[in-house]
Ligand binder design. Structure first.
Ligand SMILES: *[C@@H]1O[C@H](CO)[C@@H](O)[C@H](O)[C@H]1NC(C)=O
Ligand SMILES: *[C@@H]1O[C@H](CO)[C@@H](O)[C@H](O)[C@H]1NC(C)=O
Length: 139
């Protein structure tokens, strides 16, 4: 499947969650995917950054929900890097940086029950997120 098609599927999945609909940027992951000049045709890996805004009173529940998803995700064959980070200069943002063997592996991950449960839980915790499909620039 072409990268743009997979990204479009992921956008529609993400849009199914009301918390996301208000902030999801179609320019980041929609039909017009940015493709950098330096894209290496040999590199089939997928690079994905998800930015979360989590209100302070819900952060411990968010992290607890994330821990469950992360332990299952790290067992996936297609998962290469899966790291949740947070900002040290404000108390709102978390960033999930991930690398996958390919877009197919990422799409399969997004399809897993534990990911759907996490998306649902995030929505209950009023988490707002934005997904960015990245292009590697320096090789
Ligand atoms: C963020 O806010 C929560 C809840 O108010 C607090 O427990 C936590 O220590 C704060 N963290 C930082 C890094 O300021
Ligand atoms: C997602 O799950 C459905 C139902 O289990 C399956 O038919 C479909 O092929 C899966 N899609 C991906 C991309 O894994």
């Amino acid at each position: 499947m072409k990268l743009t098609m997979i990204a479009a599927c992921l956008v529609s999945l993400a849009l199914a969650s009301p918390a996301v609909a208000s902030t999801s940027s179609s320019s980041a992951v929609g039909g017009e995917l940015y493709s950098g000049q330096n894209k290496d045709p040999e590199d089939t890996k997928a690079y994905v950054l998800i930015e979360y805004a989590v209100i302070p009173s819900k952060q411990s529940e968010f992290v607890a929900a994330f821990e469950q998803t992360a332990s299952a995700t790290k067992k996936e064959e297609g998962s290469v890097v899966y790291t949740l980070t947070r900002s040290v200069d404000e108390n709102l943002s978390f960033w999930l940086y991930s690398e996958w063997t390919g877009m197919k592996a990422f799409a399969e991950h997004f399809n897993a029950t534990y990911v759907k449960d996490f998306v649902k839980r995030s929505s209950e915790l009023d988490v707002v997120y934005k997904l960015h499909i990245l292009d590697k620039v320096i090789y």
